[in-house]
Design a protein around this ligand. Structure first.
Ligand SMILES: [Zn+2]
Length: 342
């Protein structure tokens, strides 16, 4: 058995936001079918445990949790204007948060090098006291807070490569220098925030990096951007744990993302990330599924990410493109000005 795990559970399909809602159970079904087809017997498959109230309260307010816990009383509730929930959504939501925690425990415990929580609903827009953007609980933020509070982890890098800005994660750690939040996203898309000048505040200044992407971003530019950025960031920050808000709506097939990144980008980025982390000590990577709204394209991206985690490391050579250098130059200069890169 390899050192790569996934978390999967049919109960993630219980959350039904409606037949025309983009965050539909078909997304995850396509991913599970791909896993069975492509990786049978090669991954450690783990069942999640639901997060406890105490776990969820690491990030969310008791008032909000109480409001959500009333939703099983109705067939359907609009938890926020874009986040409808069904009677059994609470099962999926508590399991999705619990899955991030379980994945982190396995990786920190040394049983696995990496673990991908294949969950829904997604989490990166969820705020302390409300649901937002198809997200109920902030799975990654809860996992990070759990790692800090219960597992003694001090430095966490969160990479958010979903095409949308993960405003909920950013807000949670905005003043916290122990968590570096890196997001690449399109400013023209929901939630229409995440400007480059927002770099954290107080002790956390310099530990929030927002990189808006131009509309014509392609595969090579996207890979080059990540390779050259991580090459600087990982040795400087030296994370003990890397969490990935793994949304795949930058993919060319995505109806919401409208970029032209192909799935091979995720193989390249994942391999580069592992190489750079290994250079600093050890790979400890936990991913939690976020967006990606074309089921077939989503499954292809997850496949390439898992391949990147599973296959032996090839060497690392970051190539450059004009567009990636232009975007990256700005971002690195801002970090250097704040002394984060030394
Ligand atoms: Zn998204």
């Amino acid at each position: 058995m390899g050192r790569v795990g996934i978390i999967r559970d049919e109960r993630f399909l219980e959350h039904m936001p409606g037949p025309t809602h983009p965050e539909h159970p078909r997304r995850l079904k396509a991913v599970y079918e791909m896993v069975d087809r492509e990786f049978k017997g090669r991954l450690k498959e783990i069942l999640p445990r639901p997060a406890t109230l105490g776990d969820v309260e690491l990030v969310h307010s008791p008032d909000y949790i109480e409001r959500f816990l009333k939703t099983p009383e109705q067939d359907f509730t609009m938890l926020s204007p874009d986040t409808p929930v069904s009677k059994n959504s609470y099962i999926s939501a508590f399991l999705a948060a619990g899955a991030a925690i379980e994945a982190i425990k396995r990786v920190i415990g040394g049983m696995l090098n990496s673990c991908f929580a294949l969950v829904r609903p997604p989490g990166h827009h969820a705020l302390k006291d409300r649901a937002m953007g198809f997200c109920i609980f902030n799975n990654i933020a809860i996992g990070a807070r759990f790692a800090q509070a219960k597992l003694g982890i001090r430095r966490i890098l969160i990479i958010d490569w979903d095409v949308h800005f993960g405003n909920g994660i950013s807000e949670e750690f905005y003043s916290d220098p122990s968590v570096f939040y890196l997001s690449t996203h399109r400013l023209e898309l929901f939630p229409y925030s995440g400007r480059p000048e927002e770099m954290g505040k107080g002790d956390g200044l310099g530990f929030n990096l927002n990189i808006p992407l131009p509309p014509h971003m392609g595969t090579k530019d996207f890979v080059a951007l990540y390779q050259n950025l991580l090459k600087e960031l990982i040795p400087a920050f030296n994370p003990e744990l890397t969490l990935i808000a793994a949304g795949f709506d930058v993919h060319s097939s995505d109806p919401l993302g409208r970029l032209s990144v192909e799935e091979t980008a995720f193989y390249e980025i994942t391999q580069s990330l592992r190489y750079l982390l290994k250079e600093e000590g050890s790979e400890r990577i936990v991913l939690s599924l976020e967006g990606g709204y074309d089921p077939l394209g989503l499954a292809l991206c997850v496949r390439e990410t898992i391949r990147g985690l599973l296959e032996p490391l090839k060497g690392f050579e970051a190539f450059k493109t004009d567009l990636s250098q232009e975007i990256l130059g700005d971002a690195l200069n801002r970090l250097r000005a704040l002394g984060v890169l030394g």
